[in-house]
Design a protein around this ligand. Structure first.
Ligand code: TRP
Length: 452
């Protein structure tokens, strides 16, 4: 147990930290969401803006979050209050942490529903239900899963349970151990799928769709969606990395570690895209299919390849595990935020947080069946669409900007430099410009222009 109120346990080594941080960032966002966002965001245009956002905004803010965590060494809200008092005499900075907690609950609520789909696909694959199906047929299988609220409720509950238990126990050891070999295995599987897609799919069309620059398709909508996706896929903007950074061993370089995390996130996303789109085009599927894209396309490949039932089942197990190492990092900051201020135990808080997120998850769960025609604020967005939009495109970017401003303007230059230990002063200066000016201006422009 962590007596000092440690939010995530002490990382035993740099490697353990890396795995936990990569585990947090690599998840449904990279494998499930990124490909369908590319599909609905116009292909390569989305890819371009996403990569630019990750490098110019996501990476510097990731560095900022880890830096603040290392400086504060407490849960996210306490850290922000303490550092705020120290540098500006104001505890109001703690509010960023509160918004972060709200965002974490909302993201966890839909995350668990979608991760539940992945769990549901494991027995489907194992039982051979996908063998030899066409794209239209895998679409039907997916559709009938979504149409059944009871089944979805079961898988949603199971996934939330799997998230609550490790957080309640406060041990990362088990997860750390699992992640260490499962994340690499997931990479290998994605690689195999890419090779399959290259041979059997329409590789040229897939690659052109992903990488052939199409500047004309870059609209403000695409910019905002890609900005949101940059935050979501790196797990920045709500304090997850701030909580994880609190227990970073002192000898670990934050800038270098951040680069590794970013690289892993981009690589997974690109591999997922490279595996999916050749199959989409070879089978006449719709790239802008939406949230079902991964489930509809990859199962066509699993159904056609030798040993695909087992291979596919393993894939969805690993996807669920990738999701689990991310969902744990969503529940953890919620628990950490309340620990300092209530006498409830870690375990009780984990259960309360998980159950609240589970209940809110029904807004998402019903969005795919009985409430698919309910548009809470008019327009075309369902509850799921709204929660997704609000968290990824508004709360994470604005939360991230506040953290960037705090790290860039409020924390003193000397302390920042000492904690970060950049190898060259030039890079440190570049980072300062990015968090002080470029990221805030860029993100606010994207959000505001979208509202106009
Ligand atoms: N990054 C995870 C994914 O891509 C989701 C996630 C986990 C997250 N923790 C987060 C997103 C904190 C934003 C903030 O699937």
């Amino acid at each position: 147990m962590d007596k000092a109120g440690a939010p995530v346990g002490q990382w035993s080594s740099r490697f353990a930290f890396l795995m936990a941080a990569i585990g947090s960032s690599v998840g449904l966002g990279n494998i499930w969401k990124f490909p369908y966002m590319i599909g609905t965001g116009g292909g390569s245009a989305f890819m371009l803006v996403y990569l630019a956002c990750v490098m110019a905004v996501g990476l510097p803010i990731l560095i900022a979050e880890l830096m603040l965590g290392r400086m504060g060494r407490q849960g996210p809200i306490e850290t922000l209050i303490d550092l705020g008092r120290r540098y500006s005499g104001s505890a109001a900075w703690g509010l960023i942490g509160c918004v972060g907690v709200l965002a974490a609950v909302l993201i966890l609520s839909f995350y668990s529903v979608v991760a539940g789909w992945s769990l549901a696909y494991i027995p489907k694959l194992l039982l051979g239900e996908m063998s030899g199906l066409t794209g239209a047929q895998t679409g039907e299988v997916f559709g009938s899963l979504l149409a059944d609220p009871w089944k979805l409720t079961f898988w949603h509950a199971l996934f939330m349970l799997l998230t609550i238990i490790p957080v309640a126990r406060g041990i990362q050891a088990g997860i750390e151990k699992a992640v260490v070999w499962m994340m690499p295995l997931l990479f290998v599987l994605l690689l195999v799928l890419c090779i399959y897609a290259a041979i059997e799919g329409d590789f040229a069309a897939g690659m052109a769709y992903l990488f052939k620059p199409d500047f004309a398709a870059v609209t403000w909508d695409v910019v905002l969606a890609a900005t949101g996706q940059a935050f979501f896929s790196l797990s920045v903007g709500l304090g997850t990395m701030l909580a994880y950074g609190a227990y970073l061993p002192a000898n670990v370089s934050i800038p270098r570690t951040s680069l590794v995390i970013v690289f892993a996130a981009i690589l997974t996303a690109v591999l997922a895209g490279a595996a999916i789109f050749p199959i989409v085009f070879a089978n006449g599927l719709n790239p802008s299919e939406g949230p079902g894209l991964v489930f509809v396309t990859l199962t066509v490949a699993f159904g056609a390849m030798p040993g695909g039932a087992l291979f596919g089942a393993v894939f969805f197990v690993l996807l669920a595990i990738a999701a689990l190492t991310s969902s744990v990092s969503l529940l953890e900051p919620i628990v950490a935020a309340f620990r300092g201020r209530s006498s409830l135990s870690r375990s009780t808080l984990a259960w309360i947080g998980g159950i609240v997120a589970w209940v809110i998850g029904f807004l998402t769960l019903f969005s795919f069946n009985i409430w698919s025609d309910v548009h809470p604020l008019g327009g075309t967005r369902t509850w799921f669409d709204w929660i997704d939009f609000l968290t990824s495109n508004i709360m994470l970017p604005l939360g991230g900007v506040m953290l960037a401003l705090f790290a860039g303007w409020v924390v003193s230059r000397e302390d920042g430099a000492a904690i970060l230990g950049f190898e060259s002063p030039l890079l440190f200066r570049l980072w300062r410009i990015l968090v002080r000016v470029v990221a805030p201006v860029g993100v606010v422009a994207a959000v505001v222009s979208n509202m106009l």
